[in-house]
Design a protein around this ligand. Structure first.
Ligand SMILES: Cc1ncc(COP(=O)(O)O)c(C=O)c1O
Length: 397
């Protein structure tokens, strides 16, 4: 057997996808499994967006577009960033990619040299450490547990900076915790960064899913930060368009040009039809989009109400996104029918096999005391899922 690339074989597979596959397998075997592992909205893509895609096909908008994105989509993104985030970009400062995942990858690859340091917090989105590995850069991870509301302080950030720091990777609202930094907290982090050469890559993919009237504040808006920030956003979460694969990066032209060059030799443009659908999404009526975000807030309230009766877990209230991330470590060391639960992976395997609920181990997000539950599902499933969770945990002794 040929030896495979050391770099590629050092990359972990996605834990989210692994648990989703196990859930599918159990379902195929006829088990009544409720999955709370998916990282995507359960709503259909709004009709006017689908119609725009159908029109695009019928109008033969089915050829390559410019590598960086079609002019009408770049224009729509520029207008969105101006109107919603108060950020002025030219179309040349935008790169449209196959999902925000590719946007982040392109930008990190464009920025990092081997041994450069990338600072980010744990819990983190699963792909960050693996992308940093692929860049041959080094992750500097700041732990932020439930006791700190899953947030880092400016002091923690300052103390992690070295002369090797190249990038600060920031994600608010967060996957997996749902933590949202307030504008003041974002500004306090920006103050640490603004007089450095560090580039902030700000992953704002959950921007539109915030609760309790909390305003999303892009770190690029802080005076002096736009020149050293790449804003990452996309259509997947806000518009329920995960399968369409459209994301974008907005930032200094030199970084965007380098990222675009990489993209031109790997995937080329994002799907032409999806780009037309994205123009419709960004420029069309936003009521349906706001209604989806509102529904997520109702579900957040429901899941918090239901989970509050379970003893010995610590579940901070998420301010955005559609996940709860809660500490189950008080149950570690306990067992049922001879199976000892020692960590988050054991806990998820136990809950899946014993009470048929699919959660994702916190281990995959850099916190082995916690598990993630997505509430992008029906109210009935949330209520029944928490009931099963309660039953499963109560059996552990
Ligand atoms: C924090 C975060 N960033 C980026 C992405 C990538 O989204 P997409 O590639 O679908 O645009 C996700 C998706 O799960 C995410 O949770």
């Amino acid at each position: 057997m040929t030896e495979l690339s050391k770099l590629i074989t050092s990359v972990e597979g996605s834990a989210t996808l692994a648990i989703t596959a196990l859930v599918k397998k159990l379902k195929a075997e006829g088990k009544d499994v409720l999955s709370f592992s998916a990282g995507e909205p359960d709503f259909p893509t709004p009709g006017f967006i689908k119609s725009a895609a159908i029109d695009a096909i019928n109008n033969n908008f089915t050829y390559y577009t410019p590598n960086s994105g079609s002019p009408d989509l770049l224009k729509a993104i520029v207008a969105k960033l101006e109107k919603e985030n108060g950020l002025s970009y030219t179309p040349q400062e935008i790169l449209v990619s196959n999902g925000a995942k590719q946007s982040i990858y392109n930008v990190l690859m464009a920025l990092c040299n081997p041994c450069d340091e990338v600072i980010y917090q744990a819990p983190y989105w699963v792909s960050y450490p693996e992308m940093v590995k692929l860049c041959q850069a080094r992750s500097v991870i700041l732990d932020a547990g439930p006791e700190s509301g899953f947030k880092i302080t400016p002091e923690r950030l300052r103390s992690a900076i070295s002369e090797k720091t190249k990038v600060f990777l920031f994600n608010s609202p967060s996957n997996p915790t749902g933590a949202v930094y307030t504008p003041e907290e974002v500004q306090a982090l920006a103050e640490v960064l603004v007089n450095t050469d560090i580039i902030t890559v700000s992953d704002e993919i959950y921007e539109k899913i915030t609760f309790d009237g909390t305003e999303h504040y892009s770190i690029a808006k802080y005076p002096g930060m736009k020149e050293k920030t790449v804003v990452i956003n996309g259509l997947s979460k806000a518009y329920s368009m995960t399968g369409w694969r459209v994301g974008y990066a907005a930032g200094p032209k030199a970084i965007i040009d380098a990222a675009a060059n990489l993209q031109s030799h790997s995937t080329s443009n994002a799907c032409s039809v999806s780009q037309k659908a994205s123009v419709a999404a960004l420029t069309g009526p936003q009521e349906e989009i706001e209604a989806m975000a509102h529904k997520f807030e109702e579900r957040r309230n429901l899941v918090m109400k239901e989970i509050s009766r379970i003893p010995d877990i610590n579940c901070p209230k998420p301010g955005g996104a559609f996940y709860i991330f809660f500490d189950v470590s008080k149950y570690f060391g306990k067992s049922f029918n001879g199976t000892v639960v020692k960590n988050s992976a054991d806990m998820c395997t136990y809950l899946l096999t014993e009470v048929n609920i699919g959660l994702v181990p916190g281990d995959a997000f850099g916190n082995d005391n916690c598990v993630r539950m997505s509430f992008a599902c029906s109210d009935e499933n949330i209520t029944e899922g928490i009931r099963r969770l309660e039953t499963g945990l109560a059996k552990l002794a």
